[in-house]
Design a protein around this ligand. Structure first.
Ligand code: ACO
Length: 146
């Protein structure tokens, strides 16, 4: 997978927080909940870029790097890495800002990478059949990259 950097890839697509109801018996957040947030985040970008309905066809290279705790602020960043005829692939990263209760110092309060993956979406019509979509004139904005 891509090299890890100090900064998130692409733009901020979704920001939420992890609730006690999203935890497993160890008190860590379920991987499935994180995958779901990533799917929602990438799906919104896919709809924007393909100009209509889009469905998830594949998830690749999913890696859970660090656990997420209850109260953590969960930020999904994404960047389009491939545009096909009917599909697009988006690299998604989840970065966490620890719960303020547990992060007394500035350093501990910094964002850190917890999960990464590539999600592929297919543009579909109202009947759920794949559809062609016009390719964007230029790559999607990459506001978080400097
Ligand atoms: C099961 C669920 O409920 S999952 C949750 C939500 N997702 C869904 O419901 C999607 C269910 N899947 C489907 O309905 C169908 O697979 C469809 C309509 C999305 C696509 O059906 P098909 O016409 O058979 O797709 P096809 O195999 O031709 O692939 C379409 C595009 O996806 C790409 N693709 C297919 N498989 C993969 C894969 N494993 N990884 C990456 N891209 C893939 C193809 O390369 C093609 O892209 P391109 O046109 O840009 O070159």
């Amino acid at each position: 997978m891509a090299n890890h950097t100090e900064f998130p890839v692409g733009e901020l697509l979704l920001r939420t927080y992890a609730k006690p109801s999203d935890t497993n018996a160890n008190g860590d957040i379920f991987g499935g909940w994180i995958m779901s947030q990533m799917d929602i985040a990438g799906g919104m970008l896919a709809i924007e870029i393909t100009g209509g309905r889009a469905v998830t066809i594949a998830v690749d290279a999913m890696k859970f790097i660090k656990p997420v705790k209850t109260g953590d602020i969960v930020c999904c960043f994404g960047k389009v890495t491939r545009i096909g005829n009917t599909s697009i692939t988006i690299r998604l990263e989840v970065w966490v800002k620890p719960s303020l209760r547990e992060a007394p110092s500035d350093k501990e309060n910094a964002l850190y990478l917890v999960t990464e993956a590539s999600y592929t979406y297919v543009a579909v019509d109202q009947e759920g059949r794949k559809r062609l979509f016009p390719k964007p004139a230029q790559p999607a904005p990459d506001r978080a990259d400097t």
